[in-house]
Design a protein around this ligand. Structure first.
Ligand SMILES: [Zn+2]
Length: 455
């Protein structure tokens, strides 16, 4: 454990980044953020300038906690000199950081976020960044920090600070359980969730997976989250949460502004010659080999980028996109969002397809017997090189040949995404295409009054 030296920079905005306080014992980064926010809201002269941000980082990094989520709290305060010490006191007193986790807590003071911190955050979203880089950045910008375990949490805590999230974003109202309830079964009638989904969709989403009859708003672990409602505004997610008749007495809820459901990790176009393991991006490419469906129901094929580099791609069975992928043929032009899987002894480097957009389809043909010139019926073959015969009028023709006719493709030129239960936090649901929003040109965010509640 270490606490870095005090900063000499004075500024009214304080940015607190938190990461990796999760563990299998039921601690959770967003809950630590909830407790810290509760404490801050009860402190004089603290004014939040944004909703707490829940930033999902590169989901392809294997050593990350499930969800790979980091949080940033941004607020103005005149008492910022000892804010880290006060937050650290709280973290220890409330035991908010689990043993065995690798937490990082970082504090930056400044009116705006420096460019290099924003670049670091961009990289943490779709690439691998080291703790060493994070530490250097912290030194250079006088970021106070606390780390424990292997210190990997510093990466996420600084990345959360460096994500202003001015581009597309969504909201999540997360409801927390009282400590004595953690670990017990969450009771919520699924019929109620179905109705709730019908009433609030598309302004809330990923509540219920209709195809597989699964409630998606309840987690299953021992963590303190009772449920989380995702949607397009703070008002919508709060009022939707209140519609659910939850019988369990809860600790309260908090609204996060988040990059969930935005595909923010897939914004960089990547060529296949320089793809690295665990990175994410998108590419416009050509299907280079016809997909085959292998054991387990996964579709495997190869794709070629515009400069001719070829790589293997996989569409996995749980995504429910295999029936679409298996209709692709060589030459089809597609755009795919993907994460790069590490090569193993058995498999080479593979792109795990996260969405598939069919842009242009090749014409395909089938060969059929010729038509009878008299009655326009399809003729029958008399055998190899023996010509054809019409079964209706009996006309024989030794000269006619089989003909090639275009075959319907049965694949639409549109975007296909995984089924909701196979969604990652960052996956943009199909209905959100066209609903993207941004805050560019917005000078400040007006927080909705009921974004935090303690019962
Ligand atoms: Zn005929």
């Amino acid at each position: 454990m270490k606490i870095s030296t005090k900063s000499s920079i004075k500024s009214p905005i304080v940015h607190v980044g938190l990461d990796d306080t999760d563990s299998t014992q039921g601690k959770c980064t967003t809950h630590a953020a909830y407790r810290i926010t509760d404490y801050l809201l009860n402190t004089k002269s603290i004014e939040f300038v944004d909703y707490p941000l829940l930033i999902r980082l590169n989901p392809n990094i294997p050593w990350k906690t499930r969800g790979n989520g980091a949080v940033c709290l941004r607020f103005r305060t005149s008492y910022h000199e000892d804010v880290l010490e006060r937050i650290m006191d709280l973290v220890h007193k409330e035991n908010l950081v689990a043993t065995g986790a690798n937490p990082g807590i970082a504090i930056y003071r400044g009116e705006t976020i420096p460019y290099s911190i924003r670049c670091f955050a961009r990289k943490a979203l779709c690439d691998v960044v080291s703790r060493k880089t994070a530490e250097e950045l912290a030194k250079r910008h006088e970021i106070h920090f606390f780390i424990d375990g292997n210190g990997q949490g510093l990466v996420g805590s600084i990345a959360a600070i460096g994500t202003p999230l001015h581009e597309d974003h969504t909201f999540e109202a997360v409801a927390y359980r009282k400590q004595e309830k953690c670990g017990t079964v969450r009771k919520l009638d699924s019929a109620q969730v179905v109705q709730f989904d019908a009433e609030t969709f598309p302004y809330t989403f990923n509540n219920y997976d209709k195809a597989h009859h699964r409630v998606l708003i309840l987690p299953h672990g021992p963590d303190p989250v009772f449920c989380g409602v995702r949607g397009e505004s703070a008002e919508v997610v709060c009022s939707a949460l209140k519609k659910l008749k939850i019988s369990e007495k809860l600790e309260g809820y908090m609204v996060f502004r988040t990059n969930q459901g935005t595909n923010q990790h897939l914004q960089n176009e990547v060529g296949f010659t320089d793809i690295k393991c665990y990175t994410a991006g998108f590419s416009q490419c050509k299907v280079d080999s016809r997909p085959t469906v292998i054991e387990g129901g996964h579709a495997m094929f190869s794709v070629k980028d515009p400069i001719g580099a070829v790589v293997n791609a996989a569409v996995y069975e749980p995504t429910d996109m295999v029936n679409i992928a298996s209709k692709l043929v060589v030459g089809d032009i597609i755009r795919i969002g993907f994460g790069v899987r590490k090569p193993s002894a058995k498999h080479p480097r593979i792109l795990n397809v996260e969405y598939l957009q069919v842009l242009e389809t090749m014409e395909i043909f089938e060969t059929v017997n010729p038509l009878c010139l008299t009655c326009n019926k399809r003729m029958k073959s008399e055998g190899t090189n023996k010509g054809f015969r019409c079964q209706k009028c009996g006309l024989r023709d030794r000269e006619v040949k089989k003909i090639s006719i275009p075959k319907p493709r049965m694949i639409e030129t549109k975007v296909f995404v995984p089924t909701p239960r196979a969604h990652r936090h960052l996956t943009k649901p199909i209905h959100r295409y066209g609903m993207e929003k941004n805050l560019k040109g917005t000078s400040e965010i007006n927080l909705w009054s009921a974004w935090f509640s303690k019962t």
